[in-house]
Write a protein that binds this ligand. Structure first.
Ligand SMILES: [Zn+2]
Ligand SMILES: [Zn+2]
Length: 424
């Protein structure tokens, strides 16, 4: 809660208007934007990253105008091209495997066998890798969290799609959905985001994530996603050898054209998938509003906009607890971690959210290169007529879900306090 002593009143050095701010946050002027972004745009992205960022911003603006005009037709040509490239990448792996088998058969008993085995091993390492759960994942299965699954099922049903088969809880300030293996669906919930949302905003968040399934985004599609991974493996093999001797130097030189080619293919695939990935985000936002109301969806967006301060706050909380817990009482010191994070985020005044929104618009904030600028996502939501929620939070249910998450909350809090929080 904001207390009177935290509020300071001053006048704007630029326009002379009155400024009221919370002393814990940046002093800025809502009338003329004075000091709205004191840190400036931060470190400039370079090379490929900067190109990706600019392209993402460009598509984001283009799609914003298009979708606002009520046009939501797909950009099928780029999608088909992306599929074609992805299939070519996997096709090449098949060719390598075929060469391997041929070498093995033709050179049976001789040197050709080694040649064949080499190509088979190479093809195996480049095979399409489907998503799997890892041993470190904190997985909540249906029997462990019936109420959470019931909520997810209800949201999926409202959108006319199948529900998820597994939920993983982690410590990112984010949430996502992916395929799991060939058929199954996985939802990943980041506790730092989940904990700072209201029950209705959580429904909006789940609505956004499940919306990705309804619209079949290619990024999430297995064909393109696995091709990205295979290309990554190629890049790994083609990396120059450090501290080269003469032979290494020659090898390094020989790899340059191939490395450039693979980098080019990755960039092209990125370019081709960006429009449909961004469209997918805008459409998922619309699904989010239909499920959890426009207000709920915009509330999630506000939290995403200050995701950096979620991470900073968590860092501060964890470091404080680690300092206090030197005597080996990490177990107790992790208590109340998520509550402290939520309380801090709740205490951020509206004026600071507004400043972050304006600074975000100036900087071109987006979750990542595949997401449209956050301020445009928010505007698209709020410029249309407000939509009521189709799924609403009831207090009993929220409490039961909290109960189902209690174990994993405790475990993850203990882990980050013990090991530190080095995410981003
Ligand atoms: Zn001013
Ligand atoms: Zn999304």
């Amino acid at each position: 809660m904001r207390t009177a002593e935290e509020e300071i009143v001053s006048s704007c050095p630029q326009c002379g208007g009155q400024i009221r701010t919370d002393r814990r946050f940046t002093t800025w002027c809502a009338a003329c934007d004075w000091n709205v972004d004191p840190q400036g745009p931060g470190e400039r992205k370079r090379g490929l990253a900067s190109v990706r960022h600019r392209i993402a911003q460009h598509y984001g603006e283009l799609l914003f105008t298009e979708l606002r005009a009520g046009n939501s037709g797909g950009r099928t040509v780029s999608r088909l091209l992306a599929y074609a490239i992805a299939l070519t990448v996997h096709g090449l792996t098949c060719v390598l495997a075929a060469v391997g088998v041929w070498g093995l058969v033709a050179g049976w008993g001789g040197l050709g066998m080694a040649f064949g085995l080499f190509f088979l091993a190479l093809a195996w390492s480049l095979r399409p890798r489907l998503n799997r759960l890892s041993d470190d994942d904190r997985v909540l299965l249906r029997p462990q969290a019936p109420e959470l699954y019931a909520l997810i099922d209800e949201i999926a049903a409202a959108q006319g799609t199948r529900s998820v088969d597994a939920v993983v809880v982690d410590v990112e300030a984010n949430a996502s959905v992916t395929q799991l293996g060939l058929r199954r669906r996985l939802l990943t919930l980041g506790l730092p985001l989940w904990e700072v949302l209201s029950p209705q905003q959580r429904i909006a968040l789940l609505g956004h994530e499940l919306g990705h399934f309804t619209h079949g985004d290619t990024r999430y599609g297995m064909v393109v996603g696995t091709a990205f991974r295979t290309l990554d493996t190629w890049l790994h093999y083609l990396q120059p050898i450090p501290n080269p001797n003469v032979i290494h130097a020659i090898t390094n030189l020989a790899c340059v054209p191939l490395r450039l080619l693979v980098t080019g293919v990755v960039a092209l695939l990125d370019l081709l998938t960006a429009p449909s990935a961004q469209r997918g985000e805008y459409l998922a936002d619309a699904a989010s509003a239909r499920t959890g109301s426009t207000e709920g969806a915009a509330g999630v967006m506000d939290r995403l906009l200050v995701a950096d301060s979620i991470v900073t706050t968590l860092h501060r909380e964890i470091n404080g607890r680690r300092m206090r817990g030197r005597g080996g009482t990490a177990g107790q010191d992790s208590e109340g971690l998520w509550e402290a994070l939520a309380a801090h985020m709740d205490s951020i005044p509206e004026s600071e959210y507004e400043r972050q929104r304006r600074a975000g618009a100036l900087r071109g904030h987006s979750v990542d290169a595949s997401h449209p600028p956050t301020h445009l996502r928010r505007r698209l939501l709020l410029e249309g007529p407000p939509v009521p929620a189709s799924v609403t939070a009831d207090p009993g249910r929220s409490e039961r879900i909290a109960g189902e998450l209690a174990d994993v909350r405790r475990t993850l809090a203990r882990e980050v306090v013990r090991d530190g929080y080095d995410h981003r």
